[in-house]
Design a protein around this ligand. Structure first.
Ligand code: ADP
Ligand code: MG
Length: 213
């Protein structure tokens, strides 16, 4: 499979993973937010799949840009524009590339992280998706020196899992959960959880693709 097809497969697996975890994401968001994160993400990824089916992207960057546009236009709330930024920055980082190397993948995650931090003004420790994406980008960077694209995403996904878990005791400084003050402690952040799920979906597709190769 070429990188464009792999990227499309990853996006489809992301959509399927969001579908499977919709209720648990919504439950997390009802504990510290307004209970719509699963529904928001599902609406966005369904729109992304429709866009992909209608546009036949010619490169990984094109495919990621289609996702970004769908998320920005179809998802209200905080997560839509923020994840829209993630995919837009990843798309820009891969512009003009037909094949994606391990280093390209790590660079794309780093750009995505920088975009989210700029747009949402959250830092690590604020109990947001940044708590998953920042360690993920860091782990990706370390893995890119010697690993494959699949290994880069596996390292990123595992670091995101730990980062999401580490949001449990935190008090939120950004987003709706910040209105809850200390009551947000004891609950895992929904956006950090979805970031882990999305990266894990990518890692699984890449691992399968490399087994098939
Ligand atoms: P909303 O909060 O508008 O209902 P969602 O429920 O879809 O939107 O998404 C909530 C998630 O968005 C949070 O769990 C958090 O991870 C993330 N989030 C909220 N605000 C920010 C921010 N400023 N920067 C980064 N992530 C944020
Ligand atoms: Mg919400």
């Amino acid at each position: 499979m070429d990188s464009t097809q792999v990227t499309i497969s990853i996006i489809k697996e992301m959509a399927a993973t969001i579908e499977e975890n919709r209720q648990s994401l919504t439950r997390l968001d009802s504990e510290i937010g307004d209970g719509d994160h699963g529904t928001n993400m599902r609406r966005g990824f369904q729109a992304a799949i429709e866009r992909l089916d209608n546009t036949e992207p010619a490169s990984p960057a094109d495919a990621l840009k289609a996702v970004s546009m769908a998320l920005i236009s179809k998802v209200g709330g905080a997560a839509g524009p923020l994840y829209g930024t993630v995919f837009l920055k990843a798309s820009s980082a891969l512009a003009g590339k037909e094949e994606v190397s391990a280093q390209d993948a790590a660079d794309a995650l780093e750009e995505a992280l920088a975009g989210v931090k700029l747009r949402g003004k959250a830092e690590a420790g604020d109990k947001t998706m940044v708590d998953a994406l920042e360690p993920a980008a860091q782990a990706a960077k370390e893995a890119a020196g010697s690993g494959s694209v699949a290994e880069v995403f596996r390292a990123a996904a595992d670091a995101a899992a730990a980062g999401a878990e580490a949001t449990v005791p935190l008090t939120a400084k950004r987003g709706r959960a910040s209105y809850m003050g200390g009551r947000a402690a004891g609950h895992k952040d929904p956006g950090a959880t979805s970031t882990h799920l999305l990266l894990d979906a990518a890692a699984r597709v890449l691992e399968n693709a490399s087994e098939d190769a």
